[in-house]
Design a protein around this ligand. Sequence first.
Ligand SMILES: Cc1ncc(COP(=O)(O)O)c(C=O)c1O
Length: 497
Amino acid sequence: MRILLDRQSDASLYQQIYTHFRQGILSGSLPPDTRLPSTRQLARDLGVNRITVETAYGDLEAEGLVASKIGSGTYVLPPSPQLLIPVDEPDGPWPLWQRDLQAQGDLPGKNHLEEAAKSGSHPNPIAFAGGIGDPRLFPVDDYRKVIQAVLRRDGMAALEYGERNGYAPLRATIAHVLASQGITVRPENILVTAGSQQALTLVCQLLLKPGDTILVETPTYAGALDLFRLFHLKIVGIPVDGHGMQVEKLEKILQHQHPKLLYTIPNFHNPTGTCLSTPRRRQLLALADRYNVPILEDDFVGDLRYDGRTQPALKSLDPGGRVIYTSTFSKMLMPGLRVGFLAVEGPVYEGLVNTKRIVDLATSSLHQRAIESYVTVGSYQAHLRRTCQVYRRRRDGMVLAIHRHLPGEVQVDPPQGGLFMWLRLPDSLSTQKLQPLAVEEGVTFTPGHSFFPYSPDGEAYLRLNFAMQPPEAIEEGMRRLGKAIRKAAALPQDHSR
Ligand SMILES: Cc1ncc(COP(=O)(O)O)c(C=O)c1O
């Protein structure tokens, strides 16, 4: 073990050893049950007398921070909470550059969605705030078998960086799957990414610079808004109605704002669940082409359709190079795989591949190979079918439970797929008022303002994830939400909206 000892210091060597371990224990970097090095070993490593180490350990023991077990060694004890050093508290002030960062407000803020998911002290909270499917449906056993088979088959190759643009058979498989959705793209035009969040990041890195204007739907995916803020982009919103982005409002904005990119989620939009109508898709593409604006099409849950007719992807209407398409295995399979992809033609493709190479070298070769096997043998398709059946029932169950338990003035337009239901509260209510009461009742949702570029927009709305919970929890959750809404409505009038 290495401990930096200062032999010129006024503090004795035993004190320095004591302080080192004390700090480690109280800051949590040496958790309870950690075995400290033996006194003989540490004395040898540090070039000090064994008694010096024994004295330091003796003081730690006297303070109740460690206990020695005869014949076994010295172990860290759980420190008393009053002594714990807060994780973000330094010994002295932070260095000037850190304080400047803080003062300039240049640090990215907390994740709204994670904040919304906090469920207070209720013993049995029911969460509708997450952005993923139900982890209980993850095909863990099947995936374990695929990983083992891949390691047996490919050995070391499965653990190398692999091709920069992604594992060739996976790119071919993705191209094949896209073809079945009417998107004709060659494997050479697919770039495998670490989820679609990285796909969005790479596009921003390559195409945009601080101050550039980006057009988004309002509301839109909160993680995209966070990313665009990180890049210091000017975010301009186009409102969404029951048929997706109101494309008829787009031309004026294109004329006046000269955007560098248009980001859209045309299928089962996050958070509203709406789909962009086919005529609007054609109109959008024509306008973007006329004004020379690239479209970034985020198809994050395109395959989770429960009813209604599939509309053509914007990418399938693209004669080539106008639409940058991204999708992911996160929502339709498992988010922890961190595998998504981009599909685009033209010089921008090579630029994106090289940006990806610079940013993180490659996406996990093992997971790419495993997904390729999983899709090729048909397990992915079977998983999708099962998942869609379950989520369809949950969506229907939530709609019924909303009608049963929520006041009639709450408006909802059930989506034809995806994960989310978007609710409008009665006029006198805001989520600001509702959220603490809902947490008290033991139910969480994502407040609408998280999805708008500029607060306080969206206070009238909330997003529910209908896919995450089994039917009984949906029923009980809506009962609790209804109770919280009634309680909020009984509070004095809210003028914040
Ligand atoms: C609309 C949308 N796009 C992209 C992502 C990013 O997903 P991932 O990076 O896991 O593929 C999310 C995640 O919630 C999302 O909702």
